[in-house]
Design a protein around this ligand. Sequence first.
Ligand code: C2E
Ligand code: MG
Ligand code: MG
Ligand code: MG
Length: 285
Amino acid sequence: AAKEGGKAAWTRFEPRMRQDVVNHARLGSELHNAIIRRELFLLYQPVFDIVTGRLHGVEALVRWQHPTRGFVSPGDFIPVAERSGLIVPLGSWVLREACEQLARWHSDHGDGAIKAINVNVAVRQLRESGFVDEVAAVLSETGLLPQNLVLEVTESSVADGRQVRETLHALHEMGVRLALDDFGTGHSSLSLLRAFPVDVLKLDKSFVDGITDGEDRGRLAVAAAVAQLAEYLQLSAVAEGIESEAQLERLRDMGYRLGQGFFMAKPLAADEAGALMSTPASIVA
Ligand code: C2E
Ligand code: MG
Ligand code: MG
Ligand code: MG
């Protein structure tokens, strides 16, 4: 909230801010132990081919079950982890866990298994000089190919600087695919899309919401334009946060081939996601 409110908000709400800082510090140190204590786990949200109804892939999403606080939302602890740098070990754990899970699905479900898994990566991870080697090591240790991995990065990561750009190019050279997450919300310029080796555009949920929020013309226009842009640039486009059949149909008409959202499936435990891999068509197409 401080970030959005800018300087004025910091001065005006200082007592509250201080409380926030204290909470964040405590949350940060608890997070530090969370990995060791196995309080973190992953859920997997299906991504569907919205034309055939088939399962296309999954996105790994981290969860934290705190012993006394209960469930802590990633929306709360990921920003804390990013500020403290804890996102680096946390992100390493997520990457390895997700790749191990995909390898298990491959051995359990063979051809029925999804080909690739999506993993969110924070800019702090991309700034680490060893990140490319780490990805290569995890892939080889889990027996996966680079094309089995899609790393989701934000538009601001892409604009971060030379080091991050070089890392992304190296990953792409290796064969790892890159997705631009929350696409349309950042300060991206379209020229970034040409300068940077992106494979997938993930249209942010806010534009999908615009489809049913009184048919908001501005957001509808962005949703439609992103589908076209992806087609022209020969990228794949995923619509995020689909919550209704009306949205699903509209996005399909706009040219989206892939979709993710509570209307089709919430983030699932590994065995639930695995169950979708042994049944052929999974949603109403
Ligand atoms: P994201 O990467 O954009 O992930 C999509 C978020 O939208 C997930 O929230 C998912 O549960 C939610 N979502 C999907 N479909 C719907 C829908 O139909 N309706 C609604 N209301 N929400 C939907 P989640 O799991 O709470 O994660 C929030 C954010 O936290 C993620 O946004 C991502 O930026 C971050 N995050 C989660 N896991 C990781 C991780 O392992 N590493 C990093 N760096 N960030 C992560
Ligand atoms: Mg994501
Ligand atoms: Mg997203
Ligand atoms: Mg999002």
